[in-house]
Ligand binder design. Structure first.
Ligand code: PEP
Ligand code: MN
Length: 338
């Protein structure tokens, strides 16, 4: 339930509203829209008694919110959220392209790749230090050393960095080194991790689980916002399907679907969605045409030697030409591209 207050509500009137809500057994949360103060009240089964609060002076409207996601929904906040990562804005007119290797492998290769993606126009550097691998025998990432390299190279080239956290035990360490925390597909419903991420003062990139519905994704984002962190960017990265010529099935309808329901920004990861470098550029362009706020793209300068996900990595020259395509495409969908 949302209680919208009049712009000129007095402190006494606001207090009366809060007291009444508490007397009815609920915990009110007060937030500020562009022009008005809003009191949000969470109740599992609707709360008809709260509708009576419309009678209090200073209350403009009491709006029941039927959707299970309240904080991420557009009912409470119609305007788009713009998430800041350093000087990068995600969700505004400028496309945010985050690029880099699947995993941080060593300092030198990360430096080479970072310099190329920066020159091409990427605004953030990605790279996994803690890697969620299907096989326990595969390269698991460099861990703490990888985090340090990512931080160092991000600072050297002047790009904010995003990297995955897999476990609540690593979250403080990752948050100290990264500008944005990534929660991967396999952890989208790790609710303890979501709650912890909600207590960070760092923005979160939340990837869609491979068998998660759009609604599940929004509910997971709701956990993070509810714990106090409003800076969440969603990421569509493909879902499992019967099709076996691609790694996953990219669900581009998730972009306008999310946009119609939520104010949060959404980016698309065509690399994990397709698993194939030859398909990445077309899907990246399609994602921008569908209204995505940015992209997450794996780039490697020697994919055949990559320690993970080489088959889907773009070589830097191919990434250059994709960025050139995006610069031509962006204005057609009302966006800008660096
Ligand atoms: C990644 O982006 O590094 C990754 C592992 O992706 P996902 O969680 O989408 O599989
Ligand atoms: Mn990868």
């Amino acid at each position: 339930m949302i209680i919208i207050l009049r712009p000129n509500v007095s402190p006494t009137q606001l207090q009366r509203v809060l007291d009444r809500v508490q007397q009815l057994g609920y915990s009110p949360q007060v937030s500020q829209d562009q022009s008005r103060r809003i009191v949000t009240v969470f109740s599992a089964n609707g709360a008809p008694q709260l509708e009576m609060l419309a009678a209090i002076d200073g209350v403009e409207q009491v709006v029941p919110v039927q959707k299970p996601f309240k904080l991420v929904g557009r009912e409470l906040q119609p305007a788009d959220t713009v998430v800041s990562v350093g000087s990068v804005r995600i969700g505004g007119p400028a496309l945010a392209v985050m690029a880099g290797p699947c995993a941080v492998e060593n300092l030198e290769s990360l430096r080479r790749i970072a310099a190329r993606v920066k020159r091409a126009g990427a605004v953030m550097l990605r790279g996994g230090a803690f890697k969620p691998r299907t096989s326990p025998y595969s390269f698991q990432g460099l861990g703490f050393d990888g985090l340090r390299m990512l931080r160092q190279v991000g600072d050297e080239v002047g790009l904010p960095v995003v990297t995955e956290v897999m476990d609540v035990r690593q979250i403080d360490l990752v948050a100290r080194h990264a500008d944005m925390i990534q929660i991967g597909a396999r952890n989208m419903q790790n609710f303890d991790l979501l709650r912890e991420a909600g207590q960070l003062a760092k923005p979160v990139l939340l990837k869609r689980g491979m068998s998660a519905t759009v609604r599940d994704l929004l509910m997971s984002a709701e956990y993070i916002l509810m714990a106090g962190n409003p800076n969440v960017v969603l990421c569509e990265r493909g879902v499992r399907s019967f099709e076996d010529s691609t790694r996953n099935m990219l669900d581009l309808s998730a972009v306008p679907n999310v946009k119609s329901q939520s104010h949060l920004p959404i980016v698309v990861d065509p690399s994990h969605a397709t698993g194939r470098a030859d398909l990445v550029p077309a899907m990246a362009r399609a994602a921008i045409a569908a209204g995505a706020d940015g992209l997450l793209i794996e780039v490697h300068d020697c994919p055949e030697l990559a320690l993970s996900d080489g088959a889907q990595a773009l070589v830097p020259d191919r990434f250059d030409s994709l960025m050139a395509d995006l610069r031509r495409l962006a204005p057609a969908v009302g966006k800008e591209c660096a």
